[in-house]
Design a binder for this molecule. Structure first.
Ligand code: SF4
Length: 491
């Protein structure tokens, strides 16, 4: 077998041929995933191993070397008593795959089964299966049916052992995959020449770099773009970018007037010119009924793929921590918090402690995004006896993100309205850099999940709990300081 092409390379090339080339020839230019993001991705991949429980008697091809795995696979295919094969290694016409699951069907046919985390069918899943279907058929296997196996979002954990057969939903996607095979195979034909190029294909970064996944070469490919390159501003819709690009407008300084331009872009343009924040004349009105007195609230959640607590479902958000800074009429502030133990379902204790802390007044509660509102709505469904009290808290929430987006832009936002960009930009000296162990929500999720799963020593758990408290408190302090900064800008 000469040079071969892997399914991973093909999927990368379907997004962007340059990505496939860089992954093969210059992988060091990829931006490494943060450990917490890698842990979340690994948890998703672990779903594939859990689905093995659906195929009793199946045999795993566990040789990492492809040639050895291919020999083992051929032996298993020929052994009629083997009901299914995990990680079958197949090659056809220079393309190699490792199929998640091949299920032996009557009449010498096979079922191709692919396990994906998540709960919905995506085009990238169908492309993935179309590549596999092409290789398997080319290698002489009759593929009678193709299924995508995903977690069933309606499965509710009853407690005790997880019911694996009910946790996973098996969707027949045979027709949808067959439809995609010709296009995928057609695009495959150009790939060997692309990968054999001396230099990477010159493809300009654009919104395609985030679809279906954020490309790991984004920082590398955009390293020479000027600071006012419009795509540095996140959340740019692809069609809007295409219009701007067609008009020759790729930098903020290319914008000649506010006509037909999203306000956020025009404000960013003005901030670039002035070197300081741009504030709308309506900011004071937007802040008028937000206190003080006022509370500042932030939640942390986990979303386990496999439900951990009775009564929960796959990927359902489980809030485990809240932080609340309170500023009274006199301007003094206090801090209140809750952090669950994690060994049991934390939702009731989370809700009851939050209600005890907030039910004595009608003061507004400032949050950043609609995340807290969504979590409270979900809690109300899960805890019907507390629903009306939780709803009373929910209607007091006011979203500071909406106000910042609509009224303020600072050059140091660098196109992002995340709290971790906005608060340090508007509050000199404020930041997150001094925090140990937990720096963002992904860190908090991963480390709390480790605590809940008893994966930490008691010393590490003590250290992580302190870090979780410090991180969540920093977020509500950020809201408080940001609110101060906005009020100062509004006068
Ligand atoms: S960042 Fe964009 S242009 Fe660069 S390799 Fe990735 S997808 Fe292609």
């Amino acid at each position: 077998m000469g040079d071969v092409i892997t399914k991973t390379q093909i999927l990368a090339a379907l997004q962007c041929p340059r990505r496939a080339w860089l992954a093969l020839h210059d992988p060091a230019h990829a931006t490494p995933l943060a450990p917490s993001r890698q842990a979340l991705r690994d948890a998703g991949r672990n779903v594939g191993r859990l689905a093995h429980a659906l195929f009793p008697g199946a045999v795993l091809v566990d040789e990492p070397d492809f040639a050895a795995a291919r020999v083992h696979t051929a032996a298993l295919l020929a052994e009629s008593t083997v009901p299914a094969i995990f990680e079958a290694a197949i090659e056809h016409d220079g393309v190699t795959i490792r199929a998640d699951i091949l299920e032996r069907l009557p009449g010498g046919a096979w079922g191709l089964r692919e396990v994906k985390s998540g709960t919905r069918v995506r085009d990238v899943h169908l492309d993935d299966l179309a590549i596999q279907r092409h290789v398997l058929a080319g290698a002489g296997l009759t593929i009678a049916s193709i299924e995508l196996i995903q977690l069933d979002p309606d499965y509710e954990h009853a407690g005790g052992e997880v019911d694996w057969a009910r946790l996973f939903a098996r969707r027949d996607v045979t027709a949808a995959v067959e439809t995609r095979v010709p296009e995928v195979v057609g695009r495959l034909e150009a790939l060997p020449a692309t990968l054999a190029r001396v230099a990477a294909p010159a493809i300009e970064p654009s919104p395609h770099c985030s679809t279906p996944y954020r490309c790991e070469f984004w920082e590398y490919c955009t390293r020479d773009q000027p600071p006012d390159w419009i795509l540095h501003l996140r959340y740019m819709p692809p069609d809007r970018w295409a219009e701007l690009r067609a008009a020759g407008t790729t930098r903020l300084r290319d914008l000649a007037s506010a006509d037909g331009v999203p306000m956020v872009l025009w404000r960013a343009r003005q901030a670039l010119d002035s070197g300081r924040e741009i504030v709308s004349a309506d900011l004071a009105t937007a802040l008028a009924d937000l206190g003080p007195p006022v509370d500042y609230l932030d939640f942390e959640t986990i979303s386990p793929a496999v439900p951990r607590y009775p009564g929960t479902r796959p990927y359902r958000r489980i809030p485990f921590q809240w932080s609340l800074h309170r500023r009274d009429d006199a301007g003094t502030h206090t801090h209140h918090e809750f952090l669950a133990d994690g060994r049991d379902d934390p939702r009731r204790a989370f809700a009851e402690t939050l209600l005890a802390c907030t039910r004595d007044s009608a003061r507004p509660i400032l949050v950043y995004s609609d995340f807290e509102s969504e979590v409270l709505a979900e809690l109300a469904l899960a805890l019907p006896d507390l629903a009306s009290d939780l709803e009373a808290v929910r209607v007091r929430l006011r979203d500071l993100l909406v106000i910042v987006r609509a009224h303020v832009y600072h050059p140091r936002f660098h196109g992002s309205f995340s709290l971790k960009m906005v608060a340090p930009a508007l509050v000199p000296g404020f930041g997150y850099d001094d925090l140990a162990a937990i720096h963002d929500g992904a860190d908090a999720t991963v480390q709390f999940a480790r605590i809940a799963a008893d994966e930490c020593s008691s010393e590490e758990e003590t250290r992580l709990r302190a870090a979780l408290r410090a991180y969540c408190a920093r977020d509500t302090e950020a809201l408080l300081r940001l609110h101060d900064a906005l009020r100062a800008l509004a006068v």
